[in-house]
Design a protein around this ligand. Structure first.
Ligand SMILES: Cc1cc2nc3c(=O)[nH]c(=O)nc-3n(C[C@H](O)[C@H](O)[C@H](O)COP(=O)(O)OP(=O)(O)OC[C@H]3O[C@@H](n4cnc5c(N)ncnc54)[C@H](O)[C@@H]3O)c2cc1C
Ligand code: SF4
Length: 331
């Protein structure tokens, strides 16, 4: 690990001022991702700004019937919060499908949004990686790319975003609240993470000197008909190969509104609003779910080891939608 200085921020303004003063400074919250990256020499901050004392550790009601989850609320506290479990069970289930109990006790809302890809080449400093070192190349394109992306890729990077929680937040249509030197702003969840394009080193549209303060959930929580399906190599403690957050508003057997987001397939949580629109007003049948799944992967591209994910994603979408309606599992 490289030497670094350490400072503890006591106020939000103090944290933002401290990061703005040093372009090699980084915030640290639970530390469950950043410290690993520092130990592997992937991240080399000169200064850590500990934000764990900031007043961002609460879940509160918003004026419009939603919930505001502070950036420092742990993943465990969010998942087990009674209001989240009752009104946003999709979010609770997605969080509990990720990591381990110990990690969820440390991991925070803000840190989960900013956790970095699990691409093996990104972690291995002996290999080229455009995300770690822009312009150096991509070890995964021609390498072992079993866990990599099939949607929204570029010839610079095919990494996936690893979070489970963010897939549910994308489906629910959350909003990210941030504070920077110029004050506060909000970003819709769909505009928070980025596709790799020509700049895979940038994971999000957060500015370097900005602090995430909270994530707002809208009033509608799709509490009755939802499913979070995570397909992984082993039952626990593994990142998703493919995951699906499905949420339906049903009127009898008809779909009034649908939400569909996928994890493990792209550089960002992949919410597909066209697929959602295809479901609206339709009967909730396996046949319709299959048509939507086909459309969703129409532009998918495999890179050899990960080509199986195209079929896997299709089947996972159908199964998740079926689970959300409570119907028997499709064969
Ligand atoms: C073995 C292992 C297995 C895991 N399995 C899963 C899994 O299956 N699913 C899953 O979703 N996750 C998984 N995780 C990842 C885990 O969820 C993340 O490491 C965690 O959510 C990061 O949160 P943190 O608070 O510890 O972040 P930190 O490590 O403290 O920070 C991560 C990044 O966020 C920045 N940051 C933190 N807070 C803020 C803020 N408020 N504003 C601006 N920047 C901020 C930091 O500067 C840093 O760049 C796993 C992790 C490990 C180690
Ligand atoms: S896929 Fe992205 S993160 Fe992985 S090696 Fe290529 S550039 Fe790096």
């Amino acid at each position: 690990m490289n030497p670094f200085s350490f400072e503890r921020a006591e106020t939000i303004a103090g944290a933002v001022n401290a990061i703005a003063k040093n372009d090699r400074a980084r915030f640290i919250a639970g530390g469950t991702n950043l410290l690993d990256l520092m130990k592997e020499n992937v991240s080399r901050p000169a200064q850590l700004i500990d934000i764990t004392r900031l007043p961002l550790g609460r879940i509160e009601e918003t004026g419009d019937g939603g919930l505001r989850i502070g950036a420092l609320v742990t993943n465990a506290d969010t998942a087990y919060d009674e209001r989240v479990q009752q009104r946003y069970p999709l979010l609770s289930k997605a969080i509990l499908a990720g990591a381990s109990a110990q990690l969820r006790n440390m991991a925070t809302t803000g840190g989960n949004l900013l956790q970095r890809t699990r691409c093996y080449y990104f972690y291995d400093t002996a290999t080229p990686c455009n995300k770690r070192e822009p312009g150096s190349g991509c070890g995964a394109l021609e390498g072992f790319n079993r866990i990599h992306a099939i949607l929204g890729t570029s010839d610079k990077c095919i990494a996936t975003h690893p979070s489970d929680m963010c897939v549910a937040l994308a489906a629910l249509g959350a909003t990210v609240r941030v504070t920077g030197p110029d004050g506060e702003r909000t970003l819709p969840f769909s505009g928070f993470h980025r596709l790799p394009g020509e700049t895979p080193e940038l994971d999000t549209n957060l500015r370097p000197e900005e602090l995430i303060t909270a994530v707002d959930l809208p009033a509608k929580g799709f509490a009755t008909h939802h499913a979070y399906l995570k397909i992984r190599d082993r039952q626990s403690y593994a990142f998703a190969l493919v995951s699906v957050a499905a949420a339906l508003d049903l009127d009898g057997g008809h779909i009034r509104e649908a939400r569909l987001a996928l994890g493990g397939v792209a550089h960002k949580p992949w919410r597909d609003t066209e697929a959602e629109a295809m479901l609206s007003g339709k009967p909730a049948t396996v046949e319709n779910f299959r048509s939507v799944a086909e459309a969703l992967v129409r532009d998918a591209k495999g890179f050899g080891h990960n080509t199986f994910k195209i079929e896997l994603a299709k089947r996972a979408v159908v199964r998740a939608l079926a689970q959300a309606t409570g119907m028997e599992q499709p064969s």
